[in-house]
Design a protein around this ligand. Structure first.
Ligand code: NAX
Length: 325
């Protein structure tokens, strides 16, 4: 039998964790042949709740789950991990502004970047879900100088899946008919889903809908979806965020011929400035992603991509000022 993949999950006792862990343990991430060992990191006051989650994992008797380790010491929990899903972050509390949040969460990712640098396996792949995801990933990457930069990704797959779902619904087709859709930029309300390069039934998706719908309804609906879910459910997206986290790492690990949205370190592609982690259309082969090259972007797309990249540059400048990178 194959030796288990060691996967770390931070914030394991949180909402997303409660959905994510069970899917990883059931084989949704690495496939039905690969045993997994879970390494669960939490802050000390959440370890008791995490104990309860571990009891439930035991009670599922997942055949692929070869072991579970829990703790509040990142260096120990990350020891030898092949994949790290960095979900845990501090929610914005009353009276906190954006800079406070960047600082509070930024500190978490300094420590976790350094711990991964010290103790993760050489082949580790790291995906940041905890917000502000792109900038947290940048902070972790900057604090892990021995890990190749391209091993640090941030999650925009939830935006991707939302964008796919909303388009399929509008056109009355199945989501599997929507091809080559991608999110550009930051995981915030400036993210840009490009329908001009998206294909449905071989046609450009933009040609099948009104431009006014794209600008006034579609993009805002995708951008505000998280808020709409909070309003309806009384709690933020958890199962869908967990599912998107699985999708991203699954495709990065196993490869995919489809175009998927991944937030990756910028390399100058499409005139997006270097030094940030931004979402692009990507393909993955043999465990390595590539930013899809040669796409034509119209003026509207160029404008939106520049605007969302600017947000990321501003966040980068803010955390630089705070001494986090
Ligand atoms: P919860 O508040 O339910 O859980 C977060 C957990 O992280 C808590 O159990 C907390 O104790 C733990 N934690 C805090 N600091 C930690 C640290 N230093 N080390 C380890 N664990 C730590 O939030 P949840 O709903 O699970 O969301 C988690 C994060 O995902 C949030 O930052 C949230 O904003 C973000 N999201 C990102 C999305 C994306 O698409 N990128 C979408 C969903 C979600 O909003």
């Amino acid at each position: 039998s194959t030796s288990p993949v060691k996967v770390a999950v931070t914030g394991a006792a949180g909402n997303i964790g409660y959905s994510l862990l069970f899917r990883i343990a059931s084989g949704a991430l690495f496939g039905p042949e690969t045993p997994v060992e879970l390494r669960l990191l939490e802050i000390t006051p959440a370890l008791k709740a995490l104990e309860g989650v571990v009891m439930e994992l035991d009670d599922c008797a997942f055949p692929l789950l070869s072991g579970i380790e829990v703790g509040d010491d990142a260096e120990k929990v990350f020891d030898g991990v092949n994949a790290a899903l960095l979900v845990g972050a501090m929610p914005r509390k009353e009276g906190m502004d954006r800079a406070d949040l960047l600082e509070a969460n930024g500190k978490i990712f300094i420590g976790q970047g350094a711990a991964l640098n010290k103790s993760a396996a050489d082949d580790v792949k790291i995906l940041v879900t905890g917000n502000p995801a792109n900038t947290n990933a940048l902070i972790a990457m900057t604090n892990a100088p021995d890990i190749p930069r391209e091993r640090f990704n941030a999650l925009t797959r939830l935006d991707h899946n939302r964008a796919k779902g909303q388009l399929a619904k509008k056109l009355g087709v199945s989501v599997s008919e929507v091809k080559d859709l991608a999110i550009w930029g930051n995981h915030d309300d400036s993210m840009y889903p490009d329908l001009y390069n998206t294909k449905v039934g071989g046609k450009s998706a933009a040609s099948l809908v009104d431009e006014a719908w794209i600008k006034d309804e579609y993009i805002p609906t995708v951008a505000k979806r998280g808020g709409a879910i909070i309003k309806a459910r009384g709690a933020s997206s958890a199962a869908s965020a967990a599912s998107a986290t699985i999708d991203h790492m699954h495709d990065w690990w196993n490869g995919t011929d489809e175009i998927v949205s991944m937030s990756v370190p910028t390399d100058g592609s499409y005139d997006v400035a270097e030094g940030i982690i931004s979402s692009f259309p990507c393909r993955v082969k043999d465990g390595k992603y590539e930013i899809v090259q040669g796409l034509e972007l119209n003026d509207f797309s160029k404008e939106r991509i520049a605007a969302t990249a600017k947000r990321l540059q501003d966040e980068r400048d803010a955390v630089k000022k705070l001494g986090l990178i």
